[in-house]
Write a protein that binds this ligand. Structure first.
Ligand code: ZN
Ligand code: ZN
Length: 297
């Protein structure tokens, strides 16, 4: 059985009209009843999920790579929408690096007025647990569904800690790197994976930015060729680029692919939001296929 990778949001902190914030969906199939794991919850994530016909209530778990604001902007929306739209109590399983539980606690505190309005108005919501949160470090994770998930430390310093995740189901495997520079933890997590989903920035472009604050981000992100080198070292089948900084100008996508292909000879995927990559079991000879789900905005 394949795993499906859908890049829900390929943007970054820089607002873009056609790229939502960082979020990737790993699924066992396209139906609502399949297992769906949301990695990061950036700007607009529920709109992108809605384009797939999937709601917050259909998520098996949310896994956060780190606590940078662009990766958790809409976590409150996922928590609240799941709560108020589920017909039975369905606490959202949230896993992230150390500090996640504290952030979610404060998020719920900020949502306090909303929670009190809704529980006063809808008696059946009173007493519900909205979330089940785990601070993770490394190794296997207990998540609902048919997919085995494990995590390892990545290197996004001074943002610390940060995690990459590996999803495995019946021979198919996908790693989500998040924001990171090349590092041993990610290399080990990626070994022999069918696909690697990796944040990338154009260092050749950002290095020329006239603002030091923008140039500061060079040291904790990977360029497409660094992501490619990680994929090549680990023997990954398909490299999926996302979290583009800066947002690619129309028609420049081939430049990004060309830079990644300097170090990686395998398949390179780079899509708009909702680009979907089908990752077959690595034990078969089936080739990776892709589609892009249309959206109307
Ligand atoms: Zn980011
Ligand atoms: Zn980050």
């Amino acid at each position: 059985m394949s795993l499906l990778v859908t890049v829900l949001g390929t943007g970054s902190p820089i607002p873009a009209p056609d790229r939502a914030g960082p979020a990737t969906l790993i699924s066992t199939g396209p139906a609502r009843t399949d297992d769906h794991y949301l990695v990061d919850a950036g700007r607009g994530v529920l709109m992108r999920l809605a384009a797939l016909g999937i709601g917050a209530g259909d998520l098996s778990a949310v896994l956060l790579t780190h606590l940078h604001s662009d990766h958790i902007t809409d976590l409150n929306d996922v928590i609240t929408t799941r709560w108020v739209m589920s017909l039975a109590p369905a606490p959202l399983r949230i896993i992230g690096p150390a500090g996640t539980r504290a952030v979610v606690d404060r998020l719920l505190e900020a949502l306090g007025p909303d929670i009190s309005y809704r529980t006063a108005h809808h008696r059946d919501l009173a007493g519900d647990h909205l979330v089940e949160v785990t601070d993770a470090t490394h190794g296997p994770l207990g998540v609902p569904g048919r997919v085995a998930v494990r995590c390892a430390a990545t290197d996004h310093r001074p943002v610390e800690p940060s995690l990459g995740y590996r999803f495995e189901s019946l021979g198919a495997s996908v790693v989500t790197a998040g924001d990171t520079v090349p590092c041993p933890g990610l290399d080990a997590l990626c070994a022999g994976a069918g696909a690697l989903v990796h944040s990338v920035i154009r260092k050749d472009v950002i290095a020329g930015a006239p603002v030091q604050r923008l140039r500061d981000i060079l040291d904790y992100h990977s360029s497409p060729d660094q992501a490619g080198a990680t994929a090549a070292r680990a023997g990954v089948g398909t490299l999926v680029l996302t979290h583009f900084v800066p947002p690619p100008a129309p028609g420049t996508e081939d430049e990004w692919r060309a830079i990644a292909s300097r170090t990686f000879a395998g398949r390179i995927e780079m899509g708009p939001d909702l680009h979907r990559v089908d990752v077959p079991p690595t034990t078969t000879t089936t080739t990776t296929t892709t589609t892009t789900i249309p959206r109307s905005d």
